[in-house]
Write a protein that binds this ligand. Structure first.
Ligand code: MLT
Length: 262
């Protein structure tokens, strides 16, 4: 992964023969890292987009917050002299995207909110995060992978592409335990982003796997209703990771949004 000071990120330059369209900044979910976006890099670059995907695990120390993560994304844009980008985030990446909108909306040319929600954790949700922190302390990242993977992929993927679980496990297991702990802290301390939705006036794609049980389609509908003019796409046969479970359908929806709306 390229590095810029302490920042690490994936970077795909637009194909030389494509009309240059701008930058797509993709922010990963929990407990993953930037490699979850590998299936989008070449696809978007072929359509003229530079795609950068920061790895948030570098700043995920115990007290990390979504604001820290948004700071990483902004530092990366600044470091690469990029003044604006279409910003996309999946799940935790969506929470970080909201923090970026809150602090630095001037960078945002468009949004892709995938399998995410605007609401903060409920008190029961926070209790669940605390249990997960304890599990991490007692048993390490492998136990987090065991707990999360069945929730990340949908029933169709479990039946038809069970090997995706191995790919997710491989990504999770490259993350240090401190990074996973920091991300859990960021998840459970994030503010409610719902009041922000009415202030969003950039082209926005809300996208969700039809079989997502962590952030089900009803939450995507909330986002779609809250963001004026947004577009909602539901990806059939996918759970919480539609970009990896159904990459062709996900990429088509993303390409149509980028071509027609941005
Ligand atoms: C994620 O995929 O980033 C997490 O599932 C988010 C969450 O647990 O809220």
């Amino acid at each position: 992964m390229p590095a810029l000071g302490r920042l690490r990120y994936l970077d795909a330059l637009p194909d030389a023969n494509a009309r240059p369209r701008g930058t797509l900044l993709l922010i990963h979910g929990f407990p993953l890292n930037a490699r979850m976006w590998e299936g989008q890099l070449a696809f978007a670059a072929a359509r003229g987009w530079r795609v950068i995907a920061p790895d948030l695990t570098v700043v995920a120390t115990p007290g990390a917050t979504v604001d820290d993560f948004a700071g990483v994304a902004i530092d990366l844009l600044d470091g690469l002299h990029i003044e604006g980008a279409v910003v996309g985030g999946l799940s935790m990446g969506g929470y970080v995207t909201f923090a970026l909108v809150r602090h630095a909306a001037r960078y945002v040319r468009g949004l892709m909110l995938a399998d995410t929600r605007s609401q903060a954790d409920t008190p029961e949700g926070v209790e669940g995060r605390k249990k997960m922190l304890q599990l991490l302390k007692d048993q390490g990242p492998a136990a987090i992978a065991d707990q999360m993977i069945p929730k990340l992929i949908g029933e169709t993927t479990k039946r038809t592409r069970p090997e995706l679980a191995d790919r997710l496990r491989a990504i999770i297991m490259t993350n240090p335990a401190e990074a996973i702990g920091g991300a859990i802290n960021a998840l459970m301390t994030r503010p409610d982003a719902t009041p922000l939705l009415a202030s969003i006036h950039v082209p926005t794609l809300v996208i969700v796997g039809a079989e997502d049980t962590l952030t089900p389609p009803a939450l995507a509908e909330d986002l779609h209703r809250g963001i004026a003019g947004s577009q909602l796409e539901v990806i059939a046969g996918a759970g919480h990771m539609p970009n990896m479970e159904a990459p062709a359908a996900f990429n088509t929806a993303l390409a149509e949004f980028l071509d027609r709306r941005v």
